[in-house]
Design a protein around this ligand. Structure first.
Ligand SMILES: Cc1cc2nc3c(=O)[nH]c(=O)nc-3n(C[C@H](O)[C@H](O)[C@H](O)COP(=O)(O)OP(=O)(O)OC[C@H]3O[C@@H](n4cnc5c(N)ncnc54)[C@H](O)[C@@H]3O)c2cc1C
Length: 373
C-alpha cells in the first residue's frame, strides 16, 4: 500500500490525512505537540470550506457542531451600518451556509474521523528530503502541513523569505457562557482597527479585535488591553468582552513572497506552510481544507505521483495565492486604513455601493466546488 506522512496535525494536516485515507493511502500524521489539546477560539467556515469538508465526508458532523451564520454586514464604531449582507440571499448564491465553530471543536471532529493511532503526537519532524525521507523513514508522499513557520519549507525551499509581519495584531476570545443578549452579527471597521463576532454552535460567541501595531507590543494583561481599545465601540462589543475571561493575542504574519511551487519531489506543501495569509477574508483554514481535497483527488496511490503532484500545484497555487493577495488588500482598505479623510471616503463609497455588490464580492472566493475524491 502506498504510504504517506503528513507533518503537522492542524486543520490542514488532519484534513489531508482524511482525504488521502479516503483515496486509499496508508497515512501517518506526525505532530510535535505532546498531545492533542483544545486550543484556539472560533473560526468561520465559508461555503468553499464547508463544501470541501463535505467532500472529505465530515461536513454533516461539522454542521451538527457549528452554528449556521446569520445575516451580517459592515458597521462603524458608533454602530452605523455601511452595508448589510442577507444570509439567505448569500446561501442562495452559494448553495450552502457559512458556519461558525470553535476551532477546538472542528479539530476534534477532524481528529475523531481518523482511526486511532493515525496521529502520532510528541514527534517533531526535523529532516525531510525530496525523495520522501522523513527523519530516517522513507515514504511515497510527504505532506508538509506544519504551519506558517514550516520547518519543511525552510529546508526544501530555502530561497523563500520567512513570513513577514503584516503590521497588525489580533486578540481573540470566546464568551464564557452562552450569549443571552441581543446579537446582530457584524464586522466593524474603525480607523486602524477592526472588530468581529461569530456565534458558535454551543451558544457562546467568538469575537476578535485587530489593530495596527508594531510587532511584539505585548501587554501584561491582554484582556484589559483589548477591553480598553474597543470599550467605546457599539453594542454588544463591550458586553461581549466583559462576558469573556481570557483573550489570545497573535501578531499577524503572512507569506508576502509567494512560494514558487507547492511541490518538491515527493513533498507537497499544504495550508499555512504553503500560503499563510492575513485573516481578513477568513479564508486561511478554508484554503487549507481545499488543498487537502484537491491533493487527495490528484494523487492516486496506484498512479503517477509526479503527475498528480504537478496537478495539485497547478490547481492550488494560483487560487490560494490569489486569495492571499486579496486578504492582504482587504487588510489595507479595512483595518489598516487610518487617515480620517481616507476612512470617511472609503465609508462613503461602501454606503453608496448597492448591498448586492458586497454580496457578489464576498461570494467570489466562497464560490468553489470541490473535485470528487
Ligand atoms: C486571528 C486569526 C483569525 C483567523 N480566522 C480564520 C477564520 O475565521 N477562517 C479561516 O479559514 N482561517 C482563519 N485563520 C487562519 C487559520 O487559523 C489558519 O490558516 C489555519 O489554522 C492553518 O492551518 P494549518 O493546519 O495549515 O496550520 P497550523 O494550524 O499552524 O498547524 C500546523 C501544525 O503543525 C505542527 N508542527 C509544526 N512544526 C512541526 C514539526 N516540525 N513536526 C511536527 N509537527 C509540527 C504544529 O504543532 C501544528 O499542530 C485565522 C488566523 C488568525 C491568526
Amino acid at each position: 500500500m502506498a504510504t504517506a506522512v503528513v507533518v503537522g496535525a492542524g486543520i490542514g494536516g488532519l484534513s489531508a490525512a482524511i482525504g488521502l485515507r479516503r483515496r486509499g493511502w496508508d497515512v501517518t500524521v506526525l505532530e510535535r505537540a505532546p498531545r492533542i489539546t483544545a486550543v484556539g477560539a472560533g473560526i468561520t467556515l465559508l461555503a468553499n470550506g464547508v463544501r470541501a469538508l463535505d467532500a472529505l465526508g465530515v461536513g454533516a458532523a461539522v454542521r451538527a457542531e457549528g452554528q449556521v451564520e446569520a445575516s451580517g454586514g459592515l458597521r462603524t464604531p458608533n454602530g452605523r451600518w455601511l452595508t448589510r449582507i442577507d444570509a439567505d440571499a448569500m446561501n442562495r448564491v452559494l448553495g450552502t451556509s457559512a458556519i461558525g465553530i470553535h476551532r477546538a471543536t472542528l479539530h476534534r471532529v477532524l481528529h475523531d474521523s481518523l482511526p486511532a493511532g493515525t496521529v502520532v503526537t510528541g514527534t517533531e519532524v526535523g529532516d525531510v528530503a525530496p525523495e520522501g525521507r522523513v527523519d530516517g523513514r522513507v515514504v511515497d508522499l510527504v505532506v508538509a502541513a506544519d504551519g506558517i513557520n514550516s520547518a519543511v519549507r525552510r529546508r526544501l525551499w530555502p530561497d523563500v523569505p520567512p513570513p513577514a509581519y503584516a503590521g497588525a495584531t489580533a486578540w481573540r476570545g470566546v464568551t464564557d457562557e452562552p450569549w443571552r443578549g441581543p446579537l446582530v452579527v457584524a464586522i466593524t471597521w474603525g480607523p486602524g482597527a477592526e472588530f468581529g463576532m461569530v456565534p458558535l454552535g454551543d451558544g457562546r460567541v467568538y469575537w476578535f479585535g485587530s489593530v495596527t501595531s508594531p510587532p511584539k507590543a505585548w501587554h501584561d494583561d491582554e484582556l484589559a488591553a483589548v477591553r480598553a481599545r474597543f470599550g467605546g465601540w457599539h453594542d454588544p462589543i463591550p458586553a461581549l468582552m466583559s462576558a469573556t475571561t481570557a483573550a489570545l493575542r497573535d501578531d499577524l504574519y503572512h507569506l508576502a513572497t509567494p512560494v514558487p511551487s507547492y511541490v518538491h519531489g515527493r513533498v507537497a506543501l499544504l495550508g499555512d506552510a504553503a500560503h499563510a495569509m492575513t485573516p481578513n477574508l477568513g479564508q486561511g483554514a478554508n484554503q487549507a481544507i481545499e488543498d487537502a481535497v484537491v491533493l487527495a483527488s490528484c494523487c492516486d496511490p496506484a498512479g503517477d505521483l509526479a503527475a498528480g503532484l504537478a496537478a495539485y500545484d497547478a490547481q492550488r497555487r494560483p487560487r490560494s495565492q490569489r486569495v492571499a493577495r486579496a486578504a492582504y488588500q482587504m487588510a489595507r482598505i479595512g483595518q489598516g486604513l487610518h487617515n480620517p479623510v481616507a476612512v470617511a471616503l472609503r465609508n462613503a463609497v461602501i454606503r453608496l455601493t448597492p448591498d448586492n455588490a458586497g454580496l457578489r464580492q464576498m461570494a467570489g472566493f466562497a464560490r468553489w466546488n470541490p473535485p470528487t475524491i
